[in-house]
Design a binder for this molecule. Sequence first.
Ligand SMILES: Cc1cc2nc3c(=O)[nH]c(=O)nc-3n(C[C@H](O)[C@H](O)[C@H](O)COP(=O)(O)O)c2cc1C
Length: 325
Amino acid sequence: MSTINTRYLGLELSSPIIVGSSNFTSKVESIREAEAAGAGAVVLKSLFEEQIVSQAHSMSSRESYPEADDYLQYYTRTNSVDAYLDLIAGARKSVKIPVIASINCFSPKGWIDFALEIEKAGASALEVNIFFIPTDKNQNSSDSEKVYFKIIDNLRQILKIPVSVKIGLRFSNLLNFVWQMHNHGADGVVMFNRFYEPDIDINNLSIQPASVLSNPAEQRYVLRWVGMVSGQDMKIDISASTGVYTGEDAIRYLLAGATTVQVCSALYKRGFTVVTEINEALHKWMDLKEFKAISDFRGRLNYMNVDNPSLFERSQFMKHYSSYI
Ligand SMILES: Cc1cc2nc3c(=O)[nH]c(=O)nc-3n(C[C@H](O)[C@H](O)[C@H](O)COP(=O)(O)O)c2cc1C
């Protein structure tokens, strides 16, 4: 019988399938359900940098505006930052699987010290979801990337727990970017976040958000880049995220070199049973292929064995279009 245990960010997981950051991980009860369904770990719903900074400001204004104390006490009792720490501590007490906290951030200052509170509350690791869209034409790509490195540097200075970075889809040279994140101390990279995308309604002449949930076709782009990054000689764990609905989807990502696979949209469509089904399908496929452990096949189809990836990609591109009639 195959085993699907996995090591991710130095943590022992009973399965490579992780419940991704979402409303499914914002309550202790649902985290328990995730564990019961067979998830190897959960990533908690993100706390936003703005929430942390807003709490820090209101606490520091306490000295200058003592008359605001009543409000601040009320605020502190009900604010989401304390609730988040409670969620971490509560989840750690209630489940055996690793509980990975998540912060959605865009700057290397103002909120970093709070990461220590997250560690003290018992988080097994921290996933930082770095999100900003470059909107200034004077900021070059290197300047943008430095923000990521600075965030990692600052976190590494204060944290003992592992840190992974959840990134967006587009970078000029993703391989170099991930390599540099690794050199700055990132233990893992989550590929990729799925941002709000605008759509245009031509009848109402308005901008509408595109679907919040992914579809399986969105895996293709991720598959290529997971294969590319895992084909490099760098010891950074890759968690593949986007478009996973079935065991086959998860197996593809593992073959491309992912260490773990995150699910989110599929849960909104079908609930936690998806996790159980993916684990079952993974065991079944491994038994059929006579793989005893995930390490027997992980990364087998990554770019490590392609001598000249650039030439390979160009030739595939030419073949792809010239053979289509
Ligand atoms: C309703 C919803 C809420 C989400 N909330 C978060 C969040 O708080 N933090 C985060 O990093 N990602 C969040 N995500 C993104 C998911 O974790 C995941 O990266 C993305 O949906 C792609 O995976 P999927 O195709 O399995 O949905 C959210 C996604 C959805 C659909």
